[in-house]
Design a protein around this ligand. Structure first.
Ligand SMILES: *Cc1c(COP(=O)(O)O)cnc(C)c1O
Length: 494
């Protein structure tokens, strides 16, 4: 019978018996005389385990995990859609996996060149660098480009404007690139307030970082007017493309007035994420910024493809080699297999899923839709503020209660501007049946909250571990980012 994995399973280091072996390695004569003595270790204490113990251990670990291949993963802002196996298989071909960047294989360069063209035409940009390792790395790259551009134009501009609904990486990237962050509040309609923006803009403004659709899932319909305000002030428009799914194939950031764009290939373009990557955050720019892109770029010389290093105005390199190549391959094959019509359809289904869900959930007692009934794009933020006020059951409790029902919870407490936020993104690949499952689970949780709220304070009960003490895990005195944290918190009864 299947046994649910529990957190107090022995670690691989705690398993085995002296002398037990998992493989036979031939004796070999090894000359260790050349190795410095302090580097020779005799106290490694490696586990002595059989092959089947190893297989069971790692299989059990894999079963303790959750992934989009197991069920819905509506983690808002992350676009956790299903990544078709086709793209995975192509990225695992030997021709992709077994090449070294120094080989500068023509085929690999061609894929990068053509991916650049595809992304450029999809976003209305002139050219992309495929180097950045993720969205945040792309933002940093974009900020460095803004800095260099203004410097070249003898402009002293040290401020970047970021709405308060932005992802935390936006202000962090701007600060890392040496800018002062000017935060502007979101208006009552969930959008950037034009009057407040006008007041924030000055001759010190280097640019505006904007997410559209924003993190509330609402399309910033004033994008063109905003771009005009920013451009009139001599500043640049930066597009955080993490939410591209909401307008994919339908609107282009370039046409909405943006000068710089980053995309998250691990969100929108078929690479699984979570667990540490690798990801990819290509950055595209319009013509006036092309010369600042990181080196090298791939160019077509009329006969073949080559790397272009001689770019004197480039900001330099932002990552080793040319980017996360297998991720680029997956994005490219995804684009080819979907085609523009397929991408457009995926956008429409994602938007339909979101609004179907939003409409249904907003009628459940305790949950509301902040910023009104305006249509959402690829994601929606529900507020459990009323539920918390009336029953004491918070967004965190709701998330834990979903876990008990075998459902992966949404993102909670983000964006920061919504109280008791639950941010759902079902993506284009989720079925109506599964969305209905969430709706009925939330209905059930609401019913329990109004009848027996203490029951929900104990959730989750059906998972490998119960409720974690989040302060314990984050407190500088007790923080321990390894399995020891679980052991410690268990020992302390948390
Ligand atoms: C995910 C995300 C980012 C950061 O991207 P990473 O690839 O995680 O570095 C930035 N902005 C928004 C809106 C996001 O959802």
């Amino acid at each position: 019978m299947f046994r649910q994995a529990r957190f107090n399973e022995p670690l691989i280091l705690e398993m085995g018996q002296n002398g037990r072996i998992g493989s036979n390695i031939e004796e070999c004569e090894l000359d260790i005389n050349g190795i410095p003595r302090e580097l020779l270790r005799s106290d490694l204490n490696l586990p002595e385990v059989s092959e089947v113990e190893v297989v069971r251990h790692f299989t059990r670990l894999s079963q303790m995990n959750w992934g989009v291949d197991l069920g819905p993963y509506p983690l808002g802002s992350c676009t956790m859609k299903y990544n078709p196996r086709l793209n995975e298989e192509l990225a695992w071909l030997d021709e992709v996996q077994l090449i070294h960047p120094l080989q500068e294989m023509e085929g690999a360069l061609e894929i990068m060149y053509k991916l650049d063209i595809a992304l450029s035409s999809l976003t209305g940009m002139k050219r992309f660098t495929l180097q950045p390792a993720a969205g945040a790395n792309g933002e940093f790259t974009g900020c460095l480009i803004m800095r260099k551009y203004h410097k070249d134009n003898n402009q002293e501009r040290d401020e970047i404007i970021v709405p308060d609904s932005a992802h935390g990486t936006n202000p962090a990237s701007a600060a890392m690139a040496g800018f002062k962050v000017v935060e502007i509040p979101t208006g009552r309609d969930g959008l950037i307030d034009l009057e407040i923006l006008k007041e924030a803009v000055s001759s010190r403004t280097a640019g505006l970082m904007m997410t559209n659709p924003n993190t509330l899932g609402i399309f910033e319909k004033n994008a063109l007017e905003i771009a005009e305000i920013i451009h009139d002030a001599g500043a640049l428009m930066y597009y955080d493309g993490a939410n591209l799914q909401g307008i994919l194939g339908i609107a282009r950031p370039g046409d909405l007035g943006f000068d710089i764009v980053h995309l998250n290939l691990h969100k929108t373009f078929s690479t699984p994420h979570g667990g540490g990557g690798p990801g990819s955050g290509p950055v595209g720019v319009k013509e006036h910024l092309e010369e600042y892109l990181p080196i090298p770029l791939v160019k077509f010389n009329g006969k073949g493809y080559e790397l272009e290093w001689d770019r004197p105005k480039s900001i330099g390199k932002v990552r080793g080699w040319y980017g996360s190549f297998p991720v680029l391959v997956k994005a490219y094959t995804y684009l080819l297999s979907m085609g523009i019509e397929g991408l457009r359809l995926s956008c429409k289904i994602a938007v339909l899923n979101t609004n179907y869900f939003a409409k249904k959930v907003s009628t459940i007692r305790g949950f509301s839709l902040p910023f009104g009934e305006v249509y959402r794009k690829h994601e929606v933020v529900i507020s459990a503020e009323n539920l918390a006020k009336e029953t004491g059951v918070t967004a965190l409790d709701v998330a834990k209660a979903l876990l008990d029902r075998g459902l992966h919870p949404p993102t909670i407490y983000f964006p920061l501007i919504v109280k008791e936020a639950l941010m759902f993104e079902f993506t284009d690949t989720e079925t109506k049946e599964n969305i209905d499952l969430y709706i009925s689970a939330l209905k059930e949780i609401s019913d329990i909250a109004y009848s027996n709220p203490s029951q929900l304070k104990e959730a989750p009960k059906n998972t490998s571990i119960g409720r974690l003490d989040e302060v314990f895990a984050n407190h500088p005195k007790t923080m321990c980012l390894s399995y020891r944290m679980l052991k410690k918190s268990h020992a302390s009864g948390k």
